[in-house]
Design a protein around this ligand. Structure first.
Ligand SMILES: Cc1ncc(COP(=O)(O)O)c(C=O)c1O
Length: 380
């Protein structure tokens, strides 16, 4: 049988070395497998790395966002202003408490919510801002803070895609009342699943610890003092997180190299662009943007055929079927987010992606663009 060799390049691939695997399996020999010394150590090491006084480990970024919404006291009828161009969890976290996301469109270059449009979206019900550092791109946190102070809003910084990045020299995640991080396997570091909430407020930190553990009293008397959740982190997860955190600087510098190589391989191509890469970004994914949705779909199909995995980051939240159904959003309401959703494509991106595979990805894109250019000139 003549089977053609097809290279397979995944979208992402976590880096977990042997020493880490051994340390994680060593944890299994201990009597405590959840919420023990590994979790405590992970929290204090993370707080230091993230420039925060306190860090509280949870079982996902989504859980962390939910607890932050809860602690700011948002409930039925309240609103928070956020970006429609994000992963759905940054808006869903409000719905868990009966609050509602109010979207502001994004800047077409940075994909970040337009800070200068926030004030026009404020209503009597607005209680919080949820800036999202999408793709690791830093939101202008000074301006967010200024608005939050003027209106007395809480700030939940969704830094799930931005671990290790900075704005004006200060760590992303450390600007808001809460900074939330996620450790899904495509992130700068992973725990398989997991999340971390950072805050400088001791009272918030204590309540986060109580709420993640079913609302148990911080006094340690075993009583349940409020409605809580099981958002706990296991010891194995925390050990994995500690090993990954130690390697984070080298992970980020590998990702920066991969990013630089893509920029030089792809910047010259016509009918698509490499969006600007902000200073101090910690790279999460690598995005290219095509002139049209039609072209993006054609190139994507060609890449899939050649074994190159890609993803659509993101279909805007307001156009997800659930949001359309519940809030009656329609296309055209946030045009920049919609255009980005129609035209952006995430390419394979991970620490150990090598030059040979990156050149292959770039060649596949170029071949596809040339092929479709020829086709369209024939049909004219
Ligand atoms: C911007 C953003 N917010 C929130 C989350 C949710 O994190 P998790 O998947 O850990 O729940 C993610 C994860 O992909 C994300 O990218």
């Amino acid at each position: 049988m003549n089977q053609k060799f097809i290279r397979k390049i995944p979208l992402s691939r976590p880096e977990v070395d042997e020493a880490t695997a051994e340390k994680v399996s060593d944890v299994l020999r201990n009597p405590i497998l959840s919420m023990g010394q590994q979790v405590d150590s992970f929290e204090s090491e993370f707080a230091e790395a993230a420039d925060a006084r306190f860090a509280v480990a949870v079982n996902s970024g989504t859980s962390g966002l939910h607890l932050a919404v809860r602690l700011l006291g948002l409930s039925h009828g309240d609103e928070a202003i956020t970006s429609p161009f994000s992963f759905v969890a940054s808006a869903n976290c409000l719905l868990f408490e009966g609050a509602r996301p109010v979207f502001v469109d994004i800047d077409p270059d940075t994909f970040l919510l337009k800070v200068d449009q926030i004030e026009s979206a404020i209503t009597a019900r607005t209680k919080a801002l949820i800036p999202v550092h999408i793709f690791g791109n830093p939101v202008d946190m000074k301006r967010i803070q200024a608005i939050a102070r003027r209106w007395e809003f809480g700030v939940i910084e969704d830094a799930c895609e931005a671990l290790g990045g900075k704005f004006e020299g200060k760590a992303l995640g450390s600007w808001g009342d809460f900074g939330i991080f996620g450790f899904y396997p495509n992130k700068q570091m992973t725990c398989g699943e997991g999340g971390m909430v950072v805050t400088d407020n001791e009272r918030f930190a204590q309540r986060l610890k109580s709420l993640r553990n079913q609302g148990r009293s911080p006094s340690g008397d075993g009583s349940f003092v409020e409605l809580g959740y099981n958002y706990r982190m296991s010891e194995m997860t925390a050990q994995l997180g500690r090993c990954q955190l130690e390697q984070l600087p080298s992970f980020i510098s590998s990702r920066q190299q991969v990013e630089e190589r893509y920029v030089s391989l792809l910047s010259h191509l016509e009918e698509m662009r490499v969006p600007p890469i902000p200073k101090d970004r910690s790279p999460f994914v690598f995005i290219v943007q095509f002139k049209s949705k039609e072209l993006r779909e054609k190139v994507r199909a060609d890449l899939t055929e050649k074994g190159v995995q890609t993803a659509l980051y993101f279909q805007p939240i307001h156009l997800e079927p659930f949001y359309r159904g519940r809030f009656h959003y329609r296309p055209g309401q946030f045009p920049n987010a919609e255009f980005a959703g129609d035209t952006c494509l995430a390419l394979p991106f991970y620490n150990r992606l090598d030059e040979v595979d990156q050149k292959y990805v770039a060649e596949c894109i170029e071949d596809s663009l040339v092929k479709h250019r020829k086709k369209s000139s024939i049909s004219v």
